[in-house]
Design a protein around this ligand. Structure first.
Ligand code: GN1
Ligand code: MG
Length: 365
């Protein structure tokens, strides 16, 4: 008898019979599985997309199709292997990009890329440099992409929008936790003005808007066994935004000496060595295309995205843990504290971060 997952998989245009389906990965949002097939047929990634978070899954899948097809053409033109250096969306048997099951859940399939490595933290400057190069290439591949993209999560990295949600969450106090969090709430409020001032530069067009990934933490990048970047995965949030977000979000994960949810705050901080390496890789691909206003705010973007992450984890804790998957009741608060320690470390090292960006940009311009 077919399992539920096998029944779901049977609606997709797979090249071979399904052997088994196992759970995969550590994503906080979707449920991810690997579909093993018999014989020479490739394996596949099957995902149940989180429809509470992504309000229009078909539109999101259409974004992913457009963007991956564009990247595949660019990879092929450069003599690369589009099946390894790009994601491939596998349609349903009736040609749709996702399958809607009888419970109202959306499922999507992509080709599984074999023989790869994934990381939660950069373990060497070489890896950080390669990661920077990979996101730099991703942005460069999409620099001439002109098709419209749906906004899959409205105001995703827009801090004005996040503060509106934040004010509402404090007012609602859904889980009755606001009273216990004066210190943590103070961390957010103390930085409201400087974060909004940065976002005004994007709103006013001083910092340009481009096609960006928007979720560039290290485990959303696939490396090959030699440490080269193959491609960016988890393209659910590909949208038009500032490319600074992709830099900042990557720094948040590549350059953290601890874990995103480390309970031991003494382990958490910004590694300037990893920062230098990531910046070098990224700017080796992007220095000549970025506007001066973008270069000038690269270092700040790491503070911006890390601040946003503190706000989002704390807001989810205040809301009663409705957005991120948690493994234990205080998980979102532990994440908040660990990301705040990282933010403080970035603030302490900010002058050096600016100097590194400036020197590296000069090297590649
Ligand atoms: C989520 O889906 P995943 O686990 O790659 C989140 C990111 C956060 C990240 C925190 C759609 O990423 O924005 O930065 O967790 N994705 C969405 O680790 O909210
Ligand atoms: Mg992910």
């Amino acid at each position: 008898m077919k399992t539920h997952l096998q029944e779901i998989a049977s609606h997709f245009a797979l090249a071979g019979p399904v052997l088994k389906i196992d759970s995969l990965g550590e994503g906080f949002i979707n449920d991810t599985f690997i579909v093993r097939t018999a014989g020479d047929a490739p394996d596949y990634i099957l995902q149940r997309k989180n429809k509470t978070i992504f309000r229009d899954v078909p539109a999101m899948m259409e974004n992913i199709r457009k963007v991956t097809e564009h990247i595949r053409r660019r990879v092929a033109a450069a003599g690369g292997d589009p099946e390894r250096e790009a994601m491939t969306v596998v349609p349903t048997l009736d040609g749709k990009l996702c399958y809607l099951d009888s419970d109202g859940e959306y499922w999507a399939v992509t080709l599984f890329i074999d023989d790869t490595a994934a990381y939660n933290r950069a373990d060497s400057p070489e890896l950080a440099r390669k990661g920077g190069e990979g996101i730099g290439k991703f942005q460069a591949q999409l620099a001439d992409f002109t098709e419209p993209l749906a906004e899959t999560i409205p105001g995703f990295h827009n801090i004005r929008h996040r503060f509106a949600q934040w004010d509402e969450a404090l007012r609602r106090d859904a889980a009755g936790r606001v009273g216990e969090l004066p210190e943590e709430i103070g961390w957010i409020e103390a930085r409201r003005a400087e974060m909004l001032a940065f976002w005004s530069l994007v709103e006013d067009g001083i910092i340009p808007t481009r096609v960006t990934h928007n979720d560039t933490k290290i485990n959303n990048i696939l490396f090959d066994r030699q440490g080269e970047v193959l491609c960016a995965i988890d393209l659910d949030t590909v949208m038009n935004s500032t490319s600074l977000n992709d830099f900042g979000d990557a720094i948040r994960s590549y350059c953290n000496t601890g874990d995103e949810d480390d309970r031991d705050l003494a382990r958490v901080g910004l590694s300037l060595e990893m920062f230098r390496a990531y910046t070098d890789g990224y700017l080796s691909q992007r220095a000549r295309q970025l506007a001066p206003s973008e270069i000038d705010h690269l270092a700040f973007s790491a503070r911006y995205i890390t601040f946003e992450q503190v706000l989002r984890f704390l807001m989810d804790y205040i809301d009663g843990d409705t957005y991120y998957k948690i493994r234990y009741p205080e998980h979102n608060l532990v994440r908040t504290h660990a990301q705040y320690r990282l933010l403080e470390s970035m603030e302490e090292h900010y002058p050096e971060m600016c100097r590194i960006v400036c020197d590296t940009a000069a090297k590649y311009r």
